[in-house]
Design a protein around this ligand. Structure first.
Ligand code: BT5
Length: 259
C-alpha cells in the first residue's frame, strides 16, 4: 500500500471485528473502490459466505437509491457493505432495510450528544441532517433470493460535508465537536447490524418495528411521498408507511422519497 494511503487510514489500523459479531468475518478493506455494494455483490456471486464484508476508504462511484450518488471522499467516512444470507425465505422482506436503519441509528447514538432519528425508510439523521444512509440490494437465483447486500455509509471524521450537501447532511465529528476513530464506529455498526438483523430473522418484525417507531422522525410529520400528501401515522407489519391524507383516506406507501 502507498505510504499516503497508510496515513489516510490510520484510524482503522488494528481494527478487529467485535468478538460477538458474525458480520465482518472476513472484512476486506480497500483503499479505493467504485462501490463497496458492487464489490460485495461480486463476492456473493462468487460464493462468499454470510457475514463477509467490504470496507473502503474512498468510493469513486458510491451509490444511493434510485441512481443517486453517495459522496465518498477519502480519509473520513465509513463505506461498508455486508453480505447477509441467513434466514432468507422465498421473499426479501423490505423490513431488512428498516432493521438496518434501526441498527445504524442505535449504534451511532453511542457517539452523538443527543439521539439520532430514522427518516423512513433509510436515512439516519441528527437534528434533521443526514449522518448515514442504508442501501440494501438483493440477489436472486431464479426467484430464490440468495443474498442481500447491506450497504451503509456513515459520515464520521470530516469537519464538514461537501458544499452541495451542507444544508442536508452532517458528520459525527461535527455533531460531537470532537474527533473519533472510524474503528470505534465500525465495531459498533457491525455488532448492531448483526443483532438487529438476527432479531428480525429470528423473531419477526414486531420488536424491530417498536424500536423503529421509538426513533422514527417521519411518524407524526406532514409528508409528501409517492404522490400522496398527508400525515404519516404509522409503519405497518410489512414496513410500509401509512399516510392519512386531508380527506382522511389512509394510503399504504411501500417505497419512495419522503419530503
Ligand atoms: C442512501 O441513499 O442514503 C444510501 C446510501 C448508501 C451508501 C453506502 S456507502 C457503502 C455502500 N456502497 C455504495 O455504493 N452505497 C452504499 P438515498 O436515500 O438515495 O440518499 C442519497 C442522497 O443523500 C443524495 O441524493 C444526497 O442528497 C445525499 N447524500 C449524498 N452523499 C451523502 C453523504 N455522504 N452524506 C449525507 N448525505 C448524502
Amino acid at each position: 500500500m502507498e505510504p499516503d494511503l497508510v496515513v489516510a487510514m490510520d484510524d482503522l489500523h488494528g481494527f478487529a471485528t467485535p468478538a460477538g459479531s458474525r458480520l465482518g468475518r472476513p472484512l476486506i478493506v480497500k483503499a479505493v473502490t467504485g462501490s463497496t455494494n458492487d464489490d460485495a455483490r461480486s463476492l456473493a456471486a462468487a460464493g462468499a459466505g454470510h457475514g463477509t464484508a467490504v470496507l473502503a476508504d474512498q468510493q469513486t462511484a458510491g451509490r444511493g437509491r434510485l441512481g443517486r450518488a453517495w459522496s465518498s471522499p477519502a480519509g473520513e467516512n465509513l463505506y461498508l457493505s455486508v453480505i447477509w444470507r441467513a434466514g432468507l425465505g422465498e421473499t426479501i422482506p423490505p423490513t431488512m432495510t428498516l432493521a438496518a436503519g434501526v441498527a445504524v441509528s442505535e449504534a451511532l447514538d453511542r457517539f452523538t450528544p443527543s439521539p439520532t432519528r430514522v427518516k423512513w425508510p433509510n436515512d439516519v439523521r441528527h437534528r434533521g441532517k443526514k449522518l448515514a444512509g442504508v442501501l440494501t440490494e438483493a440477489m436472486f437465483r431464479g426467484a430464490q433470493p440468495t443474498a442481500v447486500v447491506l450497504g451503509v455509509g456513515v459520515n464520521v471524521r470530516g469537519g464538514s460535508v461537501a458544499p452541495e450537501l451542507a444544508d442536508i447532511a452532517t458528520t459525527l465529528r461535527a455533531v460531537r465537536g470532537s474527533d473519533l476513530s472510524r474503528a470505534e464506529v465500525l465495531g459498533a455498526l457491525l455488532s448492531s447490524l448483526d443483532e438487529a438483523l438476527s432479531a428480525l430473522m429470528n423473531d419477526g418484525f414486531a420488536v424491530i418495528r417498536a424500536r423503529l417507531l421509538a426513533r422514527c422522525e417521519t411518524i407524526g410529520a406532514r409528508v409528501s411521498v409517492g404522490g400522496v400528501t398527508g400525515v404519516a401515522t404509522d409503519v405497518d407489519d410489512d414496513g410500509a408507511l401509512l399516510v392519512r391524507d386531508d380527506e382522511g383516506a389512509v394510503h399504504v406507501v411501500r417505497s419512495g422519497e419522503v419530503r
